[in-house]
Design a protein. Structure first.
Length: 271
């Protein structure tokens, strides 16, 4: 007889994820990714005066990029500390942005409230992918656009997440976040919408592989929590595996680290 599959406890999974993204200090990592938000705003052809929602905004890369183009931006995340970092950045540039704590799977906005919704390496980590996608579609008006930047399964971060998952397995039954970096999955999630995508590269530039590992071990939630959960022997093995991945991916010379990180840039138009 087939074994019955228990329904996923998304509330518990989300609480665990929230703890992961609250660990370390993602704002330090996020700031280095600013160029991705700038590119995404160009890809969606963001116009001045547009109402813009940044979902799972982190410390505000897409938020700031949209506000610099005179969009009327609402920046959301479920980690308050990250919103506070985004607020500090907006204040430093004298940008008018509204910040609101919100769950990407239950956005507290009326249907069709925004002209544009954005998410850079954010909504892809929602445990209930169908719900996350549905909320993006619900939040924009008909003819509105959704701009996404999603790490691909085979790119550097995709390989890193697979590697970390071997030491700190994700909850059983949760789909890999990097599926958002495939056109096949996006077509499933955004049925009936026009989808245009292109592969892009964000280049990680650090002093050395060891420098990259130090930063990501201390500040990037998934690697920070993975190392914290391991004993000394397994932590050393994970460290060695990550350094091996970095060495294999490195284009740098003279000890510097230059690693291309492939991601999928996506523009979805709501029908």
């Amino acid at each position: 007889m087939p074994v019955a599959t228990l329904p996923l406890d998304y509330t518990a999974i989300k609480q665990r994820q929230q703890a992961v993204w609250s660990a370390g200090d993602y704002a330090l990592i996020g700031t280095t990714l600013q160029i991705v938000g700038e590119r995404l705003c160009e890809a969606v052809d963001l116009c001045a005066g547009s109402s813009v929602l940044d979902v799972a905004a982190g410390n505000g890369n897409a938020t700031l990029a949209a506000a610099r183009r005179f969009g009327r931006v609402t920046s959301t995340d479920y980690v308050r500390a990250l919103l506070d970092r985004g607020k500090e950045r907006a204040a430093a540039e004298r940008l008018a942005v509204s910040f609101q704590e919100a769950d990407a799977e239950a956005l507290p906005f009326a249907d069709g409230s925004f002209d544009v919704a954005l998410s850079t390496f954010g909504v892809m980590f929602t445990p209930n992918q169908e719900k996350g996608a549905a909320e993006l579609v619900r939040g924009v008006r008909r003819g509105g656009r959704i701009g996404l930047a999603n790490w691909t399964p085979d790119g550097f971060i995709g390989q890193l997440l697979k590697l970390v998952g071997r030491y700190a397995p994700p909850p059983a039954g949760v789909k890999p976040p990097t599926l958002w970096g495939t056109t096949a999955r996006l077509e499933e999630l955004f049925t009936g919408c026009e989808i245009n995508s292109s592969l892009q590269t964000f280049t990680f530039r650090y002093e050395s592989p060891e420098h990259w590992l130090e930063v990501f071990r201390n500040y990037y939630g998934p690697t920070n929590r993975a190392f914290a959960a391991l004993d000394m022997e397994k932590a050393a093995a994970l460290e060695a595996d990550i350094l091996d991945l970095l060495e294999k991916s490195n284009w740098g010379r003279g000890g510097n680290l230059i690693v291309p990180g492939e991601y999928l840039e996506v523009v979805i138009t709501r029908s």
